[in-house]
Structure formats: C-alpha cells, structure tokens
Design a protein around this ligand. Structure first.
Ligand SMILES: *Cc1c(COP(=O)(O)O)cnc(C)c1O
Length: 408
C-alpha cells in the first residue's frame, strides 16, 4: 500500500557501512522526498492525505504510484524507522507496532492457524507466556514449552508445528538459547523460527544472519528506544514474510503510532553508544557480585564460569554480553527485601532498557503469571533479582549495589 520512496524497508540502507554508521544514517528521510533533507526525520502527525484528484488517490492506494494513504498504513516516519531497523538486523524489510506484544502476536499469527502447534522456550517474557497460554488456546493454537536446546526442540516438533519461538537472552534468567543449532534444526524440518531479540538487540546479534531464522521480533520499548519514554515493537525479515505481517497489522490496527515511531528512530541512533557503556558496566558489576560472599549466583553469560559463556561468546559481537543480570542471594527474597530498601541510586522499577538502572523481583512481578512449579521449571527462583544496568558511572553503580548488600 503506497509506502513511498524506499518501500517499507531496508533496500535504501548503506549496506556496506558499519553498524554505528547505519544506526545513525539509515533512518534518514529518503533524499529527494523534500527539497532540503531534514537532519532529524520529522514526525508525520497526519492521519490522512489529500490528492490531486480521484485517479491520484486510486493510483496510490492500488500501489501504481508511490505515496501514502492513511496513518495505520504507515507514514514517512515509519518508513524511516523500518529502513533503519531492517538495515541493523540485516533484513530485507521491517514493520513497527504499538508494542512488543503486538509485534510478537502478529509475527506468530502470521504463521499459525487453528489446529497448528507452536514450540516455545519455557523461560520467556511473562507477557508472551500469558499470550501463549491464555489467548492462543482460544484460537485453537497449542504450545509446547521446552528448554531452548536443539534436542528438546526436536523432540517437541510435530507434523502440525508451524513455528518455534525463542528469546536470545531469556528474561529473567539471561541464559543464552542455542539459536544456531535450533536454526539448523528448523531449517531441516522446514519450521519457521521466530527470535525475540529484545534483550540482546541487533548490537549483540542479528539472528536473521543465522541459517533457519525466519523473523526477528523486538520490543522497541527497551534498548532500541532506550529512554523509558515509549511503548513499541517491530518485526524484521524477508519481504515474503513481512508482507502478510504488514497486512495483519493494517487489519488488526496494531501499527506503531507516529510519535512512538519517531522516538524509536531517535533512540536507535545512540543504541551503540548506550549498549557499549551499559554492557561494559554490567560485566564490571557481574564480576563484583560473583566475588561477593552473600551472592549465591550471578546469571550473566559474560562471566567465564557461566555455563552459557562459550555459546554466548560465539554468538555475540565484540565480547559484549548484554546489560541484564539475574542475581540470587544466599538469604533469598528476604535478603533482597532488605538490600533493595537500602539502594540509593538504583531504583525498583517495572522495566529496563533505559539509561537508569533498575531492579525488580520477577517471581512477584514480571513473571507472576507463572505458577510456582512453572517458575521453578523455568529457573526463576524466589531469591532471583533482575538487575538492569543503566548508563550511570560504573563506580557509582557498583558502590551502590555493594553498600545495599551489606544490609542483606
Ligand atoms: C518487554 C518485552 C516484551 C514486550 O514488549 P512491550 O513493548 O512491553 O509490549 C517482549 N519480549 C521481551 C523479551 C521483553 O522484554
């Protein structure tokens, strides 16, 4: 539908350029679409458009002529966002959504019909778990939950399996899925693989570069936006896969709002700068916590002793392992209750991905949708605290967490 210059996706991106260069330049408004190219892509706050006459409108809506039709179909701000997302993910094209949940819902429902079966990772974002267990059964879609290992996925795949869903870094334990091997398996079995790459971001990994990965989903609310000021989502992939997703987004009305698309576009330009700093600080904090006598375990694949370290080092770029830690205390939840009251800089908060460090207790909040036995199976212990490392000075952050642990 009349997407304007550059279509919805990444064909206009600077394919040869480095990741940072593309993050900064590939979200430009297409050169030539206005006389002087704006440095900051404007936010198109118009829901609809006026045409030269009846034929002009008919030509645009029937895709005989480039142009825009209606806000839900996307506007030039969306086009710019789709182009930069596709460029960073190494995808042909992208579509943006009003939330990460809308992106995941649409990606999965583009692949699944009544009677179909889905294989999903057990340790998964709480909202996604709720979608698969509360909403999908009503659509006639059944889900099997497994550990993200190729043998368990292979065992769960049935003739009716039409999709596999994994998270690169599992929320909230931050184990690393064996995406390369699961991708190989999915390619052999002809089952599409959807990867939720929200926590790793394209800065660490571009799942579509791996054989067998069909779609990448993001909550742009987190690191892509990066400032805790928007709710949004995106899916990237081939034109063949994204076209039906775009049509679903139009019919279901889930396309990103123009302002949220602009915020994501603004945030993505500093993704590299933020992730570099936040990943480095997370490693420093992980090291300090791993050496602390009150700490039972640190879920951070950047630590050489972490069981997923070798896999993570092979998958992720540049010796970076993300900015999220799962920290368990010997004194359990009671210990965290006392320690979190003593935090001065880090705050208890509901999300992550911005420059402010936040902690939360998944068992009582983000993963409350899981029954106690389901949490135990997923490795979400009651003593586990999710630590999202922000952009503060590493020394301030480490000092704050260590002084709080004195009270644990
Ligand atoms: C936050 C999150 C989502 C959901 O995204 P929203 O933008 O909150 O709808 C999905 N997956 C993961 C891994 C997340 O962290």
């Amino acid at each position: 539908m009349g997407e304007g210059e550059g279509g919805s996706g990444g064909d206009a991106g600077r394919r040869g350029a480095g990741f940072s260069t593309r993050a900064i330049h590939d979200g430009d408004i297409a050169p030539g679409s206005v006389a002087e190219q704006p440095v900051s892509p404007p936010v198109w706050l118009t829901s609809d458009y006026l045409y030269e006459g009846l034929e002009h409108y008919a030509d645009v809506i029937n895709e005989r002529r480039p142009g825009y039709v209606y806000g839900r179909y996307g506007n030039p701000t969306h086009t710019a966002l789709h182009r930069v997302l596709a460029s960073l993910d190494g995808a042909e094209t992208a579509w943006s959504f009003g939330s990460g949940m809308a992106a995941i819902h649409t990606a999965l429902t583009s692949l699944l019909r009544a009677g179909d079966h889905l294989v999903a990772q057990r340790t998964i974002y709480g909202g996604t778990y709720s979608l698969l267990t509360k909403v999908f059964p009503g659509y006639g879609i059944e889900t099997s939950f497994v550990r993200p290992e190729p043998d368990e996925v292979a065992e769960a795949v049935r003739p009716t399996t039409k999709a596999v869903l994994v998270e690169t870094l599992a929320n909230p334990t931050f184990g690393v899925a064996d995406i390369a091997a699961i991708g190989e398996l999915c390619a052999e079995r002809g089952v599409p693989l959807v990867v939720d790459n929200t926590i790793a971001t394209p800065y660490l990994l571009r799942p579509l570069e791996l054989r067998g990965v069909t779609l990448t989903a993001h909550s742009t609310t987190k690191y892509i936006g990066g400032h805790s000021d928007l709710i949004g989502g995106a899916v990237t992939g081939s034109r063949r896969r994204i076209d039906p997703i775009r049509r679903l987004a139009l019919d279901q009305g889930t396309t990103a709002g123009a302002f949220e698309a602009w915020l994501a576009l603004r945030g993505i330009q500093t993704l590299v700068l933020r992730m570099e700093r936040q990943c480095a600080t997370a490693l420093e904090l992980a090291r300090a916590l791993a050496a602390h006598p009150k700490v039972a375990s640190v879920g951070y694949s950047g630590l050489p002793e972490h069981p997923d370290h070798a896999r993570a080092a092979a998958l992720f770029d540049g010796g970076r392992f993300g900015a999220m830690l799962a920290v368990t205390l010997r004194s359990g939840y009671e210990g965290w209750l006392r320690a979190c009251d003593a935090l001065r800089l880090v705050r208890v908060g509901s999300s992550f991905g911005s420059l402010r460090s936040q902690v939360c207790h998944p068992a009582t909040t983000s993963h409350r949708q899981l029954a106690a036995e389901e949490r135990a199976e997923a490795g979400i212990e009651d003593g586990l605290l999710r630590v999202a490392v922000g952009g503060e000075d590493a020394s301030d952050l480490v000092e704050d967490v260590l002084q709080a642990l004195d009270k644990a």
